[in-house]
Design a binder for this molecule. Structure first.
Ligand code: ADP
Length: 497
């Protein structure tokens, strides 16, 4: 049963295009959410951690900077003041002399400097921990003197100079509470999220419009094309992929138009060709039935001729469709091509005698080929028939056989009007006629050359035509020869024995 394809409805296609915008929106929203989650984790969840780590890094940098000058006490003292101002940190520098720590520099940046408010034994306990901890110790601690119970970061470092003098560096900085900042950020996040999602929606709609508009236009054109409107032009517009699609569709549409035209022409011409002999047969039969004395052999011959013509036409159509569909495949056999051409030409003897045609055949030797003999016969018949139909007033047709290497070429040459160069590529198409006026009396079924083409291509043979307007045409084909003739004949003889 034949399956009927339904044309896609408009609704279905528009549903598909809205799908693109939703898909884009979904993807963009997902991307926005992912970015926001990453920012949330870094900016809100880990904000305190980052802040504390950076404070500690600042302490370490100051430690390196001051103790980098350990052999230059004056330089160290100056560094205490500069770094303190730069980093907003309280710094106290001690020198251990005879087991007692004596302060040699002190910078208090703000009133809440914890290093000055904690008792001396707390300071010495910090020193002990640093000493135990490889010379460095840091700690987060609530400032007992601050009513707002702020948190401070303490840092202690011990270093010994080249002279063997021991120095203690103590630093203290208030850790600014970030809760308020985090809350503000959280609020902003809500807004940022809504704005970005709206942005994603707008971008998705804009992009899908750019993508969908040319596609919708093209599907409208495709619907018209499906109804047989081959003039409809596909317009891409916008972006490369759409342009390429439009180009491909325009090409397909042109090709379809050509095929459709050929098809229409074929049907019109075949029906015309079928009707003419049928009218003749009917007319002659009626005359023979109704008019006494008309039932004579001449009239019967007309009916027979017209029936033959009908048969020829029907056979050609059938042959062509079989070759095209691949139902008729070549069945190769080894045969004498030269002899076959000669045999074909003997069938034209009557014609040459009656209508004074001059058919010549020149061949130096007999050549064997391995091919489907019936099909090759058909090729020769078609080419010779055409040559006879189209040859000039001298009624000359010559057939040439030339052999070289392992190839044989058969050329059928006439002295007719020739074929215009622009028409040559098309004469092998079904029902292409250079002379559009349908001169049935002279011209054959219009399928001859496409049958020739089908047969030769199925044999992998080369073929072509050389033609000059006003001088005539040379239709040729080439086949591979089947070994040396002598060799073949010897083999046959041996087999016969
Ligand atoms: P037709 O039955 O019309 O001859 P063919 O398929 O055999 O159909 O040939 C196709 C067309 O090619 C012909 O209509 C004619 O225009 C052109 N043609 C074929 N053979 C010749 C030739 N020997 N000289 C000039 N034109 C030719």
């Amino acid at each position: 049963m034949k399956r009927v394809r339904r044309m896609p409805s408009k609704n279905r296609s528009s549903r598909r295009s809205s799908g693109i915008s939703w898909r884009l929106f979904g993807t963009l929203t997902l991307f926005v959410v992912l970015v926001l989650v990453v920012i949330w984790v870094f900016q809100i969840v880990l904000l305190n951690k980052f802040y504390e780590t950076s404070k500690l890094e600042e302490f370490t940098d100051t430690d390196d900077f001051i103790f980098g000058l350990i052999n230059n006490e004056k330089g160290m003292k100056e560094a205490v003041y500069t770094r303190s101002g730069e980093t907003d940190t309280c710094i106290r520098l001690y020198k251990v002399v005879d087991g007692v720590a004596t302060e040699i520099a002190d910078s208090e940046v703000n009133m809440g400097c914890m290093l000055h408010s904690i008792p001396a034994d707390a300071l010495s306990s910090l020193y002990t921990r640093a000493a135990k901890n490889g010379g460095v110790y840091s700690k987060k601690i609530a400032n007992p003197s601050d009513k707002n119970s702020s948190i401070n970061a303490l840092y202690v470092s011990i270093e010994i100079s080249e002279k063997g003098e021991e120095y203690i560096l103590m630093m203290d900085s208030e850790l600014v509470p970030l809760d308020a900042t985090v809350k503000t950020l959280q609020k902003q996040f809500g807004w940022i999220m809504s704005l970005l999602i709206m942005g994603a929606l707008i971008i998705a709609l804009a992009i899908s419009r750019v993508i969908c508009i040319p596609l919708e236009k093209m599907s409208r054109s495709a619907r018209k094309l499906a109804k047989g409107d081959y003039n409809e032009e596909f317009i891409g517009g916008g972006y490369r992929e759409a342009e390429e699609l439009a180009e491909a569709l325009n090409y397909a549409s042109e090709e379809l138009a050509k095929t459709d035209n050929l098809q229409k022409e074929l049907v019109a011409n075949i029906s015309h060709d079928l009707r003419t002999p049928l009218t003749m047969i009917k007319g002659y039969s009626e005359v023979m039935r109704d008019i006494p004395g008309e039932n004579n052999p001449e009239n019967v011959q007309v009916i027979i001729d017209e029936t033959e013509r009908l048969t020829e036409l029907v056979n050609d159509v059938l042959d062509l469709s079989k070759i095209r569909s691949g139902t008729r495949k070549p069945e190769p056999e080894t045969f004498d091509l030269t002899e076959t051409v000669r045999a074909v030409l003997t069938r034209y003897e009557k014609l040459t005698e009656r209508d004074n045609y001059v058919i010549t055949f020149s061949a130096d030797e007999s050549v064997y080929v391995n091919a489907d003999r019936t099909m090759i016969l058909q090729v020769i018949y078609n080419l010779v028939n055409n040559a006879l139909n189209y040859t000039g007033d001298d009624k000359k047709v010559s057939i040439d056989q030339s052999v070289w290497d392992n190839r044989v070429r058969i050329s059928v040459i006439d002295t007719g009007n020739g074929i215009d160069e622009a028409d040559i590529p098309y004469i092998w198409d079904r029902y292409y006629k250079v002379d559009k006026v349908h001169k049935r009396a002279k011209i054959g079924t219009g399928l001859g050359l496409s049958i020739v083409k089908g047969i030769l291509e199925s044999h992998g043979a080369t073929y072509g035509v050389e033609s000059k307007v006003g001088e005539g045409s040379n239709f040729w084909f080439e086949l591979e020869t089947f070994r040396a003739i002598d060799e073949y004949e010897t083999e046959t003889e041996e087999n016969e024995k």
